[in-house]
Write a protein that binds this ligand. Structure first.
Ligand code: UDP
Length: 140
């Protein structure tokens, strides 16, 4: 498997508890390299653009509210099989179902406040990286 890039977000529940560093250590420990990073506070329109595929779902409104409730850390991660590798270290969406040792199992609060986002396919990685970063901000 060739080197790949994926978009990661450390969500407001994690920045609020000051555990971004603990999460980044897990990502690096899984063989992922942070090649772009910035801390931002999304406006409603930013969150709506990012999560447009979830529009109409019952959790959409709450998700937009949550993702604009505090600072987040946007990152591009690079590594072999980075998309699947990141999803594996994140764990399943609901922390209750997440495997032991995963970020969501250890730090997630509930189905919504689950500490991290990770792109789920090469197509979403490309779209999400393009939405969040300029080419010049990515230093691989
Ligand atoms: N989410 C939620 N309730 C749900 C499903 C999802 O609040 O029933 C939130 C949760 O924060 C999740 C995000 O919406 O991480 C995106 O959902 P998705 O199904 O894409 O899960 P993920 O890819 O993040 O595991």
């Amino acid at each position: 498997m060739a080197s790949e890039r994926t978009l990661s977000i450390i969500k407001p529940d994690a920045t609020e508890r000051n555990i971004s560093g603990l999460i980044i250590a897990r990502l690096e420990g899984a063989g992922l390299r942070v090649i772009a990073q910035k801390r931002v506070w999304w406006k409603k329109k930013d969150a709506q653009a990012f999560y447009e595929m979830h529009k109409g779902q019952d959790f959409y409104k709450g998700l937009i509210q949550f993702m604009t409730s505090g600072p987040i850390v946007l990152q591009v991660l690079e590594g072999e099989d980075a998309i699947a590798r990141n999803r594996a270290v994140m764990g399943r969406t609901n922390p209750v179902d997440a495997e032991p040792g995963t970020i969501r199992k250890d730090f997630g609060v509930n189905m919504q406040r689950n500490s991290v986002h990770g792109s789920d396919s090469p197509e979403s990685a490309k779209r999400e990286i393009g939405l969040c970063f300029k080419k010049s901000e990515i230093v691989g």
